[in-house]
Ligand binder design. Structure first.
Ligand SMILES: Cc1ncc(COP(=O)(O)O)c(C=O)c1O
Length: 375
């Protein structure tokens, strides 16, 4: 269906930070399928895990127990600080749907509203679309499910006014990704946590784009030292294999009862075997430290470009704001022509989200290409 514009390139193969198109041309991938292939393309550990699991057991449904999903859930719980439970889904939107339903279950009748921020992105299902604080995206699909309220980003006073007794949860991204790569100041997240505690609302963090090392911590909220009640993730968890997860503190998670929520594919052995391999490599390679190191290298190099006025973001989720109203889409297209994949996250800013295993040489090569285009 015509939901996407015509694609400029057809990719047929990838390895690490490199991609090749159907004419054999090589590209450097500094977008990673929108922050998904955090270990690069065709990572051998993930490929081997998938092949092995495909020969062993793909799927039996959640009517029966399997062994890989619970193992992955335990690893995620440990990385999140412990004391929680996980529901596996197949995408970021589905992970957020689970969080929204959990908030309603926890809040009970009369307490079902989810407050989120303008500029946010939480998915394209009807509920997550309404949670997404971009009214222009809502109009075509009205009426949307009831029970969503939006407040200005980084505005604690606005949030204070919005968290009334009918609010079950506040849902925020630690870094607004699609909204232009805008990190939440730690003091803001700490203030949101205090407000949620005072009002009895859940703090739910959407880490679909930021989770699993990308920002230089396992999860974006860890930069602010807050403890959320619910965390959702997806993109990097399968390194390209579709999988999402919703984690919640056990007292919250345990308000769900059998029959409240379900999925045919979520948590199946194939997707969770990819996630198990991804997490093992991520821990062995200490990807948060790599993201911090290479994020500093990339950020410094971008800041040194005369045509870049601001670099924002955390770790290896960065945006470069272009000087003088330069059309970021035109820069994106010319970079692609010269073999660099990145994207225009706003009309005047480029988003860079390379593999967390990106090398010094690859960072330097990417900045050289961008510098040539901007010059
Ligand atoms: C923060 C955030 N939440 C949710 C989503 C939706 O994820 P999916 O496209 O897997 O449904 C995205 C996708 O970009 C995202 O960045």
């Amino acid at each position: 269906m015509p939901t996407y514009p015509t694609a400029p390139v057809t990719f047929v193969r990838g390895r690490g930070s490199e991609l090749w198109d159907d004419a054999g041309k090589r590209y450097l991938d500094f977008l990673c399928g929108l922050a998904v292939t955090s270990l690069g393309h065709a990572h051998p550990a993930v490929a081997d895990a998938l092949a092995e699991q495909a020969r062993t057991l793909l799927h039996v449904s959640n009517l029966f127990a399997t062994t890989v999903g619970p193992e992955v859930a335990r690893t995620l719980d440990r990385l999140l600080g412990g004391g929680g439970q996980v529901f596996f889904a197949n995408s970021g939107a589905e992970a957020n749907e689970c969080a929204i339903k959990l908030a309603r279950r926890f809040g009970g009748r009369g307490r079902h509203v989810v407050v989120s921020a303008y500029g946010s992105f939480h998915g394209r299902t009807l509920a997550t679309l309404h949670a997404t604080g971009q009214p222009a995206k809502h109009e075509t699909f009205q009426p949307l499910p009831e029970g969503f309220r939006h407040v200005a980003w980084e505005d604690l006073d606005a949030l204070e006014a919005a968290v009334t007794p009918d609010v079950a949860a506040v849902l925020l991204e630690p870094v607004q990704g699609e909204g232009g790569v805008r990190p939440a100041p730690p003091a803001y997240l700490q203030g949101v946590r205090r407000l949620c505690d005072e009002r009895g609302a859940l703090l739910m963090l959407d880490e679909v784009q930021t989770g699993l090392g990308r920002t230089g911590a396992w999860f974006g909220f860890q930069h602010a030292g807050v403890e959320p009640d619910v965390v959702t993730m997806a993109k990097a968890l399968g390194n390209g294999v579709p999988i999402g997860a919703c984690w919640a503190r056990t007292p919250v998670a345990s308000t769900f009862e059998p029959g409240d929520h379900a999925t045919t594919f979520g948590g199946q052995p194939l997707a969770t075997s990819a996630a198990r391999a991804v997490l093992a490599v991520m821990e062995a390679e200490d990807v948060p430290a790599r993201a911090r190191r290479q994020g500093a290298r990339l950020g410094d190099a971008l800041r040194a470009l005369p045509a870049v006025t601001e670099v924002r973001g955390l770790g290896l989720l960065l945006a470069a704001e272009l000087a003088g109203g330069t059309d970021a889409k035109a820069v994106q297209a010319e970079c692609l022509r010269r073999g660099l994949v990145l994207n225009a996250v706003t009309p005047t800013a480029l988003r860079l989200a390379p593999s967390l295993l990106v090398t010094d040489d690859e960072v330097d090569e990417a900045v050289d290409i961008l510098s040539g285009v901007l010059a």
